[in-house]
Design a protein around this ligand. Structure first.
Ligand code: SF4
Ligand code: SF4
Length: 208
């Protein structure tokens, strides 16, 4: 008998337990229903990924997002960098030969990720997303001065900027923009505030 047995190799692709409610068909039809995207029609030609300007920074490429959705791999999608890195430029949707609304699906997954308990892989981008929506709800339009100030005060962002030293560069840049009149510290409220808040309330009810 071998006194030093070789330890078993742990595969990085070990299957994870999946929730019954998120098995393939169920998750797929839920996302298709919410986005009106015909994800089932995707045949993995990869044109969406080739057209995407930031695919290089994504851990799950746009065509893989479609495949993962077909398979119901919800956890992997919500924990990906892709949902935060996407610019919503819609190049993927434009180039898809099957008219699959890829960008709409990624946007929907981002909204799901922001409501989930999963820690986002891209903390700064996730915080930016949250802060942007909050500022929009406050003023009805985004004021760059208040957006950057609110973002810089978010704990995750403040920690990351202190660690990288980026805060010095940002303060210098903000001061330059302020002197040149490119930043407006006094925010203007949009006249359609009531309608915007109503939209937010409706989205919250639908997301609950
Ligand atoms: S919408 Fe997102 S996924 Fe599609 S091409 Fe633009 S960045 Fe890439
Ligand atoms: S371009 Fe369309 S059909 Fe091709 S992989 Fe992307 S979503 Fe699927």
């Amino acid at each position: 008998m071998n006194p030093n047995p070789t330890p078993p190799i742990r595969s990085p692709y070990r299957k994870r337990r999946r929730l019954i409610g998120d098995r393939g068909g169920h998750f797929l039809s839920r996302v298709e229903g919410a986005t009106a995207a015909n994800i089932s029609a995707c045949y993995q030609c990869e044109r969406c990924t080739n057209a995407c300007p930031v695919a290089h920074f994504m851990d799950i490429k746009p065509h893989q997002v479609m495949r993962f959705t077909q398979l119901g791999w919800r956890e992997e999608l919500l924990a990906s960098t892709t949902v935060w890195v996407c610019l919503s430029c819609e190049m993927c949707t434009t180039y898809c030969p099957n008219e699959v609304h890829v960008a709409e699906v990624i946007l929907h997954l981002r909204a799901m990720a922001s409501r989930s308990t999963e820690t986002p892989k891209e903390i700064v981008l996730a915080e930016f997303h949250e802060t942007f929506l909050r500022e929009l709800q406050r003023f009805g339009r985004v004021n760059e001065f208040w957006l950057m100030a609110a973002l810089g005060l978010r704990p995750g962002v403040a920690r990351a900027k202190m660690a990288s030293g980026d805060w010095k560069k940002e303060i210098a840049l903000g001061w330059t923009l302020l002197r040149k009149g490119r930043l407006r510290p006094i925010p203007h409220r949009c006249r359609a505030m009531r309608g915007i808040r109503r939209l937010y309330r409706r989205r919250r009810r639908e997301g609950a």
